[in-house]
Design a protein around this ligand. Structure first.
Ligand SMILES: NC(=O)c1ccc[n+]([C@@H]2O[C@H](COP(=O)([O-])OP(=O)(O)OC[C@H]3O[C@@H](n4cnc5c(N)ncnc54)[C@H](O)[C@@H]3O)[C@@H](O)[C@H]2O)c1
Length: 423
């Protein structure tokens, strides 16, 4: 078993640290956020992620998982240092590597020469060299090991990955990183750093493409009177296509797809390729937010100024508490800009949000609303009492941007219903 330092305790870092500890490694997790580290030391999990609390408690109890402030103090004596820090979108669309560089600069002087630095953050091609430079150490191998977990099922995905990608110039370092995953059954792709880094961006770009594609087909369905649910089902049974990521909605969001698609466009541009297809994918996504907002305005009678709109769902998808780049919040922003009075509920308990009222149950969110908009696909919304919802509203209008609710049951109760890609 190995000693591992994990730098950054967000969705990726905390999951990585807790899962490696579960596999039997000695793990020290570091963050620069003092409050987060103090909470983690007490065994409190700052994010909503299924199964993570049990793994963190287990790791702390068995003495295999500890938390410290600052990357430097985590890497003393570690064999592996995992970088799991943010790589947000920079002003020009490219990935901002400053967090990576800061972390690497901090750990460089402390690492022993046998240690391997592993980059799990999503970074553009060439970043392995950026890390090498920031470490200031030519004796330390840098390996790319991108992460593919999905928020909401991060622990499951880490323990049951579709594949594990390891990109390294130094084969012995790659094999050492591979050995950390003993106990996990998955295909391993051992490749060079540029290919590993490209795999991550290409995978996210392709998934975003699938969603934009089905949203574009949904627009066609609306125009020709077809039903996108049946169309997507019929397409998905083709094993070359598959059902995953073929559900229409208000567009993709979250902390990864928006920045990663734009970064991929930029990577291609810098390399002399105009990635028009992916630019189109981004444009369709922006358009989709407007289409959903327009449906709400239309059902409100052509204007939402001074009109109460109820919203179910704020997170970028169900089963997470992550609000970053949430399509729901972007749709809401359009409505608020037009004078709407938005009252929203989300099962993750997101707390106060700028410009809207956040309430703690779905019926209160519907109270007095002229339109109720379902913007995140939380299962909880399927089972609510539709009569009670209708009675609470000022008018029975629903925009179901996830095609989640029972359309027939709503129509039977006198609701005006607008889904996506179906009348
Ligand atoms: N969230 C996902 O679903 C997901 C999936 C795959 C890959 N990724 C990639 O993984 C990376 C991390 O994403 P995330 O969602 O976990 O980010 P996050 O924002 O949830 O967490 C990052 C953490 O790093 C800490 N940090 C920043 N600088 C630090 C430093 N110098 N030393 C120690 N800690 C530091 C921050 O305080 C924060 O707690 C990004 O590149 C992202 O694109 C994310």
């Amino acid at each position: 078993m190995s000693t591992i330092a994990v730098i950054g305790t967000g969705y990726v870092g905390l999951t990585t640290g807790a899962c490696f500890a579960h596999l039997g490694h000695e793990v020290v997790c570091a963050d620069i956020d003092e409050d987060k580290v103090a909470r983690l030391q007490r065994g409190e999990i700052p994010i909503l992620e299924a199964g993570l609390d049990d793994l963190v408690s287990e790791g702390i109890r068995d003495g295999r998982l500890t938390f410290v402030l600052g990357a430097g103090s985590a890497v003393t004596d570690c064999e592996f240092a995992y970088l799991c820090v943010p790589t947000p979108q920079g002003a020009d669309g490219s990935a901002d590597l400053s967090y990576i560089e800061d972390a690497a600069r901090e750990i460089g002087p402390v690492l022993t020469s046998e240690s391997v630095v592993v980059n799990k953050s999503t970074v553009p091609v060439g970043s392995t060299r950026v890390v090498e430079r920031a470490l200031g150490r030519s004796d330390i191998a840098v390996v790319s090991n991108p992460e593919f977990l999905r928020e909401g099922s991060a622990v499951y995905d880490f323990m049951h990955p579709d594949r594990i990608v390891i990109g390294a110039g130094d084969q012995s370092a790659a094999v050492r990183v591979q050995s950390l995953y003993r106990g996990i059954t998955a295909p391993f792709i051992l490749t060079d750093p540029a290919s590993a880094e490209t795999i991550k961006y290409a995978a996210n770009a392709f998934l975003a493409t699938k969603i934009s594609f089905i949203n574009a087909v949904a627009a066609v369905c609306e125009a020709v009177g077809a039903d996108i649910n049946d169309v997507s089902l019929g397409m998905g049974y083709d094993t070359r296509i598959g059902h995953e990521f073929l559900k229409p909605g208000p567009g993709w969001g979250g902390s990864c797809f928006p920045k990663d698609t734009r970064a991929m466009v930029r990577i291609a541009e810098d390399a002399g390729y105009d990635f028009n297809l992916l630019k189109g994918v981004v444009a369709v996504n922006d358009e989709q937010l407007h289409r959903v907002a327009a449906k709400i305005v239309e059902l409100a009678g052509g204007s939402v100024a001074g009109t109460r709109i109820g919203v179910w769902g704020l997170t970028f998808k169900a089963r997470t508490d992550d609000l970053r780049e949430s399509p729901s919040l972007l749709v809401i922003q359009h409505l608020v800009d037009q004078g709407a009075l938005v009252r929203a509920f989300d099962p993750s308990g997101p707390g106060p949000q700028d410009g809207i009222e956040v309430v703690d149950d779905p019926y209160t969110a519907a109270e007095g609303a002229t339109v109720l908009a379902v913007l995140t696909e939380w299962d909880e919304f399927r089972w609510l009492d539709l009569d009670k919802v209708g009675d609470a509203m000022a008018a029975r209008n629903v925009v179901d941007a996830r095609n989640l609710l029972d359309r027939a049951a709503l129509v039977r109760r006198g609701f005006e219903y607008r889904g996506i890609g179906r009348s």
